[in-house]
Ligand binder design. Structure first.
Ligand SMILES: [Cu+2]
Length: 95
């Protein structure tokens, strides 16, 4: 799983677009999955911040969310396909 953000690094003053690319052993995009992420601030409880990533024509998954403060965050990514759930935690510093 590879998560990209735009802008990068993200800004706390505007939305961030998340694009998740999941590939199989042959490097092909995994289609038909369910993708989402939770934005968790590392230093305090900011409450739930859930972002659903919608499937795109190119096999990636995309959504928009907001880092509500500058500082250290984690993107807790969840991807489920073909009866298997994968999770990945991606550290990110929001400006
Ligand atoms: Cu905070």
């Amino acid at each position: 799983m590879k998560l990209a953000m735009a802008p990068s690094p993200p800004s706390s003053t505007g939305d961030t677009t998340f694009t998740l690319r999941v590939t199989d052993a042959a490097g092909r995009p995994v289609r038909g999955g369910m993708a989402s992420l939770d934005l968790v601030m590392a230093t305090m409880d900011m409450g739930p911040n859930h972002v659903v990533l919608a499937p795109q024509a190119d096999g990636t998954y995309r959504g928009r969310g907001a880092f509500l403060m500058s500082g250290p965050w984690r993107c807790e990514v969840t991807f489920a396909a073909k009866g298997r759930t994968q999770k990945q935690s991606v550290p990110v510093q929001a400006r």
